[in-house]
Design a protein. Sequence first.
Length: 308
Amino acid sequence: MTLTRPGVTAETLAANEVHRPTPSALFTTYGFKWPGFVIPYFDQNRDPIWDRGGRQYVRLRLDEPISRTDPETGKVEVRKYHQPYKSKLHIYLPKGFNAHYDDQLVIVEGELKSLSLVEAGIPAVAVSGFYNFLTDGKLLPDFVDLLIDLKPKRLLFLGDSDTSHNALFSCAAVKMAQLVAPIQVLLPRIPVDMPKGIDDVREELGSRFPRFWRDIVETAVPVAPSTCTKRLCLVLLEREIERIAHLSPVKKKELHPRMRKVGAFRRKVVKNPGASSEALATGRQVPTDPCASGGIATFLPGPVRRPR
């Protein structure tokens, strides 16, 4: 049976070896006990990335999400993906991700979204979560290698349409800007009234997608190492206020919990009514020295070189 996903052709999935094993093969090959399809990881040379137990590192896209309730907080966590226990984090590199590379690279949360972008001729790689370009507070070794090899001038950190009211996304964006300096970080924004992920957006827009992509890149929000996270949260939300006002009551209700958190941020931000959104996004704050924080600048004090 041919595997299909919104915004990605079956040919692209097959070329990247995204496939659905039998239940027995899922367990014996990868140690997974839940049904779904696997997304194998490869390095820049298209050699498999190996992890614990001598197995190729893969992530499992679950057919049915798994719910887990935190016994202490009572918060319900819903997972759509699974990876081997105690496995390391890696950057996902689609086949041909740098075929059209110039000096700009997209970092997106979710492997399938990066596949959709690469299929559209947009250089992109994926992380498995907002903060999963980090390990122990430093950039992943895979990420460091990638940045040194490609030498990008700009990173486009692309979130879903719901990240305008998710404070964690803004926190992650600022952390990325601090650690990759002097590379510029920009946030292209999917409007809140559009499909959630960029792959779903591409599926819906079809031939209109290239124009949409150019527009959101041109209007992307800049993030500097000194950007105030709280102000950035407000900037991202401010851009969507009019669209949120026209959402259905059901959609608005879904936004309430996260918007309350952003509202708490608002009360802590010093009011500056004369400042533009861009000025607020890069509001003054005690700068973080990327060299002291495990950033890419640690490895780029002069000529580009790899860490020993």
